[in-house]
Design a protein around this ligand. Structure first.
Ligand code: COA
Length: 337
């Protein structure tokens, strides 16, 4: 036996999986009929065009890191870990407390997770799949044992509440997962992609080096989210269909092997179009966009949490997550639960 194979035998390949989940959803519910009083829209239009009935809106005293820390505490309890056990915190968000420092550092302080390294990622609605894939690399390489990944958004502060084409779509929320080595199940395959040539389709134009904050940027509403809805819709269907096929191929599986699909929760019509193209029975697809709208980086993880709690994902099941967002970026992964 060579020295290398002796080491390999002593240190068999680690497999990363999720050992704890938590969520935090603000209490305030904003219904479609509430929106009817704010902009020229109707409950019927919103439900038929998007599938959304209501969404959560953070209290004015809450900031993004509060939502994140609340979800994280629940995930740590679920994983039966102490806060000191966390070695790395990754926060995925496009609605941070401040442009810098990283929201993950503020979350670290709120949790008292003094042994953790921290960084944020910006992968918009694919944030959870991206950070899960990053955490997987750290865990499987042996660099860290317990990685806390958080998908959080407080998009209500980045929305133009006078723009009916965007304000009806989004909501606030947070989800957290603890990623660690597992002896059964775990992440089977992941796939990430991007197309930066379409970065203008969904954008917050001001507040960075391109358009620093000024009276003009404020007057023109350039600190709000802007979206070309139709183009985003078409790209979402195309790339999430492709990302689903790609990750199944990487995992050596077919749609028949998958027990539950958790697509990004942006619009029920996007989900239906993907389901039809991929050929997955709709009863295998988890949907909660009706209750929360699009919570961007928090959507997939909140949906995964609810799917597990509702018994839609059981031990040994294979779960496929697929998401897409501003960038454009996209990602997919298959996990054995
Ligand atoms: N209430 C009533 N009417 C509305 C409306 C609202 N909230 N928002 C837009 N409209 C109107 C438009 O002004 C337009 O009117 P017009 O024909 O008189 O110009 C009409 O509805 C149709 O608009 P259109 O943009 O073609 O509708 P759509 O069927 O594409 O649906 C979205 C709009 C935004 C729901 C859809 O494009 C979408 O979901 N896109 C993807 C968004 C997304 O998922 N983003 C996040 C990606 S991670």
């Amino acid at each position: 036996m060579t020295a290398k194979s002796k080491i390999a035998k002593k240190n068999p390949k680690k497999v990363a999986g999720i050992i704890g989940l938590g969520i935090y959803l603000p209490k305030k519910v904003l219904t479609n009929s509430d929106l009817e009083k704010m902009v020229d829209t109707s409950d019927e239009w919103i439900r038929t065009r998007t599938g959304i009935s209501e969404r959560r809106i953070a209290d004015e005293k809450e900031v993004t890191s509060d939502l994140a820390a609340n979800a994280a505490r629940m995930a740590l309890r679920d994983a039966k870990l102490e806060v000191e056990d966390v070695e790395l915190i990754i926060v995925a968000t496009i609605s941070p407390d401040v442009p810098f420092p990283a929201t993950s550092c503020i979350v670290q302080a709120k949790l008292g997770a003094k042994n953790a390294a921290c960084f944020d990622i910006n992968a918009a609605c694919s944030g959870f799949i991206h950070e899960l894939t990053i955490a997987q690399q750290f865990v499987e390489s042996g660099m860290y044992k317990n990685v806390l990944v958080i998908g959080v958004e407080l998009l209500s502060r980045f929305i133009d509440w006078k723009d009916r084409s965007t304000c009806v779509l989004f909501g606030d929320g947070a989800g957290a997962a603890v990623v660690a080595p597992v002896t059964t199940g775990g992440i089977i395959a992941s796939y990430l992609g991007a197309d930066g040539t379409k970065s203008g389709l969904l954008i917050c134009p001001a507040g960075g080096s391109l358009h620093p904050a000024s009276h003009k940027t404020v007057t023109e509403g350039l600190h709000f989210l802007k979206m070309q809805g139709n183009d985003v819709f078409k790209n979402a269907v195309r790339v999430m269909t492709g990302a689903t096929a790609k990750v199944l191929q990487k995992a050596g599986l077919t749609t028949k092997d998958i027990d539950c699909v958790i697509p990004h929760q942006a619009n029920i019509r996007i989900i239906e179009a993907i389901v039809e193209r991929v050929g997955i029975p709709s009863e295998k697809v988890f949907v909660n966009v009706d209750r929360y709208g699009n919570m961007s980086a928090a959507s997939a993880i909140v949906a995964l949490y609810e799917a597990v709690k509702e018994g839609r994902v059981k031990k040994g099941d294979k779960v496929l997550l697929v998401a897409f967002g501003s960038g454009l970026v996209w990602g997919s992964c298959v996990i054995e639960w």
